[in-house]
Design a protein around this ligand. Structure first.
Ligand SMILES: Cc1cc2nc3c(=O)[nH]c(=O)nc-3n(C[C@H](O)[C@H](O)[C@H](O)COP(=O)(O)OP(=O)(O)OC[C@H]3O[C@@H](n4cnc5c(N)ncnc54)[C@H](O)[C@@H]3O)c2cc1C
Length: 519
C-alpha cells in the first residue's frame, strides 16, 4: 500500500476516448468500482466537437465504417437508442479523372474500365485478386483468432475449420505482399495504380491485406455518419457509464502507472494523488502510455524498443471554416468528402507547402451535421497530411508556441483555401469564421503522441513488427490497452476499432476476475 492513497478501485480507466468509455461502461455494468481519469476538460477524446463563433467543428472523426458493429457494441452496454446512419460518399478529383470511389466495388470496376479502356484486363485481374481477400475479411472479428482474446480466442482456436485454416494462411501470405507489387504486375498506368493502391494519388504503401481492408470499408461496408453525431454516441456511452454508478474525474491527468512485481497496481495523478486498482486500462495511445507513463525499468527492453521503433501514422493540417455558402460554386461537388489534387508532379522533392501538388481533402461538414452551422450557413473542413517535425520548432511547452505561430498557420490556411478554390470557387470571400489545427494541436488538445491521427503506420513493413493484430494485453499483468492504437490495423475503421478493443478488454477483465463481478 502506498502512503497517501486516495482510493481503491476495481478498475481505473485512463482516458475517456470512445475506447476508454466503451470499456468503462461495460465494466461498470458488471463491477462495483470503476473510475475514469481524464486529462482534459471533456469526454470523448479526439471524437469531440468544439465551438467557434456560432459554428461547431469536429476535432477528429468525420464519419466511420462498420455501423452494425457500433450498434451491437452499444447494445451490449444496454443502449438501445434509435438513431439513423447516413452513408457518406467520397469523390476524387485529379487532372486525369473525377470519380466517386465509395460506390460498390463491382461498379467501381466497371466504371474504371470505361475510363481506362486499355487497362481492362489488368483491372479485372486486380479486382479478382483483391476481392478474394475482401471476402475473407468479412466479419473477421467473429472467427479469426488474431482478432479475438481470452476465452473466445481459445474456443475459436480449438474449433477452426479447414476452410478457416486455409483463409488464415492466405491472409498471412497477402499481409507480406506489398500492394504495389500486385498493382505493377497488372497495370501500366501509374495514376491508376496509385488510385487503386492508395484511394488517392500517392504511391501504394500498404500490404495487400490492409488495402483490401480499406476497400472493404470504403466501398462494401461504407462510411457513415450517425444522426446524433459521433460526439452524441460518446455522450450516450458516458451517460450509461454514470448510470451504472461509474465515477469520472475530468481534468485529472495520470502522470504515472504504478507497477509492482510486474503487475499494475494503481496510478499517480499530476497532483500526486494515488489511486489503487486491481486493473488499469489505458486509453492513452500506446507510445504515450509506454514511453511517458511507465518507468522504463518496468518494461521488458525488447518490448520498449519495438514501441519506440514502429512508427505511427502521421498528422495533418486542418482548416475549419464557417461560411456563407451563397457565393460558393458547389457545382463540382458530388459527395460529402472530396479529395482533390490540381497537379501531379511525381518526381523531385515534394514541397509540403505547394498545395497544388498535394492531395487535399475538402469535407462539407454541415452536409453531415446541419446543426454545426446557423441557418443558411455551412461548415467546411480542409485537410492535408503534414509531418509533426514541420511544426515542432514552434512548440515551447504544452499549449505554448513561439511568437508568429498563428501568422504562419494563417498563411498556410490561406494557401490551402486558395488550392481548394479549384473545386469550390468563391470560398475565400465567403468565410465568416476560421480556425486552424496543426500536428501540435492534435498533440496538445488531442493528447496524441506527435499528433498522430490514424493508428500505427499503414506501411507494409510497419505493423508486421508489432506482436499481433490486437495489442490489448501487455507484458505487464493487469495493464490493458484500449482505443485505436490497441489494434495494429484499423480493421473495422478508426472509431469502431477503438470501441471493439474497449469491449474486448472489458470481457477479459470479467473473465479473469470473476470475484470482482457484482451479484
Ligand atoms: C484529425 C483526426 C481525424 C480523424 N478522423 C477519423 C475519421 O474520420 N473516422 C474515424 O473512424 N476515426 C477518425 N479519427 C480517429 C479517432 O480519433 C478515433 O476514431 C477515435 O475517436 C479514437 O478513440 P480512442 O478511444 O482511441 O481515444 P482518443 O480519442 O485518442 O482518446 C484518448 C483519451 O485519453 C486521454 N488521455 C491521454 N493521456 C492521458 C493521461 N495521461 N491521463 C488521463 N487521460 C489521458 C485523452 O485526453 C483522450 O481523452 C481521427 C482522428 C483525428 C485526430
Amino acid at each position: 500500500m502506498y502512503s497517501g492513497v486516495y482510493g481503491m478501485y476495481d478498475v481505473i480507466v485512463i482516458g475517456s476516448g470512445i475506447g476508454g468509455l466503451t470499456c468503462a461502461a461495460k465494466l461498470a455494468k458488471n463491477v462495483n468500482k470503476v473510475m475514469i481519469l481524464e486529462k482534459i476538460h471533456h469526454i470523448g477524446g479526439t471524437s469531440h466537437i468544439f465551438k467557434r463563433g456560432s459554428y461547431y467543428f469536429p476535432m477528429g472523426g468525420l464519419s466511420f465504417s462498420s455501423p452494425d458493429t457500433v450498434l451491437n457494441l452499444l447494445g451490449e452496454l444496454g443502449i438501445q437508442e434509435k438513431f439513423k446512419f447516413y452513408r457518406n460518399h467520397f469523390q476524387l478529383i485529379t487532372p486525369d479523372f473525377d470519380i466517386i470511389y465509395s460506390q460498390p466495388f463491382q461498379e467501381l470496376r466497371k466504371n474504371l474500365k470505361k475510363i481506362f479502356e486499355d487497362e481492362k484486363d489488368g483491372i479485372d485481374s486486380f479486382f479478382t485478386e483483391i476481392k478474394r481477400i475482401m471476402d475473407i475479411l468479412d466479419n473477421i472479428e467473429h472467427w479469426h483468432p488474431d482478432y479475438l482474446i481470452g476465452e473466445k480466442k481459445e474456443h475459436t482456436l480449438k474449433n477452426l475449420s479447414s476452410t478457416h485454416n486455409e483463409e488464415i494462411e492466405l491472409l498471412e501470405k497477402y499481409s507480406q505482399i506489398p500492394s504495389k507489387q500486385i498493382l505493377e504486375k497488372n497495370l501500366s498506368k501509374k495514376i491508376l495504380r496509385n488510385f487503386l493502391g492508395s484511394q488517392g494519388t500517392y504511391e501504394p504503401k500498404m500490404s495487400m491485406v490492409l488495402l483490401a481492408i480499406m476497400w472493404c470499408l470504403m466501398s462494401e461496408k461504407g462510411i457513415w455518419f450517425p444522426s446524433c453525431g459521433i460526439h452524441g454516441i460518446n455522450e450516450l456511452v458516458y451517460e450509461t457509464f454514470l448510470n451504472y454508478n461509474g465515477e469520472a474525474k475530468l481534468l485529472t491527468p495520470v502522470k504515472e502507472i504504478l507497477i509492482e512485481n510486474n503487475q499494475a497496481i494503481g496510478v499517480r495523478t499530476s497532483k500526486n494523488e494515488i489511486f489503487e486498482a486491481n486493473w488499469i486500462i489505458s486509453n492513452a495511445d500506446y507510445k504515450k502510455t509506454f514511453l511517458e507513463l511507465i518507468d522504463p525499468q518496468n518494461i521488458p527492453e525488447q518490448y520498449l524498443s519495438m514501441i519506440r521503433i514502429v512508427p505511427y501514422f502521421g498528422s495533418e493540417l486542418c482548416v475549419y471554416l464557417g461560411v456563407n455558402p451563397e457565393n460558393i460554386d458547389f457545382s463540382k461537388v458530388r459527395a460529402q468528402h472530396i479529395f482533390c489534387r490540381e497537379e501531379i508532379k511525381l518526381s523531385g522533392h515534394l514541397n509540403l507547402e505547394d498545395f497544388s501538388n498535394r492531395e487535399i481533402e475538402i469535407c462539407i461538414w454541415s452536409k453531415n451535421y446541419p446543426d454545426s452551422a446557423p441557418p443558411a450557413k455551412a461548415t467546411i473542413l480542409l485537410r492535408v497530411g503534414f509531418p509533426y517535425d514541420h511544426f515542432s520548432d514552434w512548440k515551447i511547452g504544452e499549449k505554448k508556441r513561439k511568437e508568429g505561430y498563428w501568422d504562419y498557420k494563417k498563411r498556410l490556411a490561406g494557401q490551402l483555401i486558395k488550392a481548394a478554390e479549384t473545386v469550390l470557387p468563391g470560398l475565400s470571400s465567403s468565410i465568416e469564421v476560421m480556425d486552424v489545427a496543426t500536428p501540435l494541436t492534435y498533440e496538445d488538445w488531442g493528447q496524441r503522441f506527435r499528433g498522430s491521427i490514424a493508428g500505427w503506420s499503414w506501411k507494409v513493413e510497419g505493423s508486421q513488427k508489432l506482436p499481433g493484430k490486437l495489442l490489448i494485453e501487455t507484458p505487464i499483468n493487469n495493464l490493458l490497452m484500449v482505443g485505436m492504437y490497441a489494434a495494429s490495423e484499423l480493421f473495422l475503421g478508426g472509431y469502431p476499432t477503438a470501441m471493439y478493443t474497449g469491449s474486448l478488454a472489458a470481457d477479459l477483465v470479467l473473465e479473469k476476475s470473476s470475484t470482482l463481478k457484482r451479484n
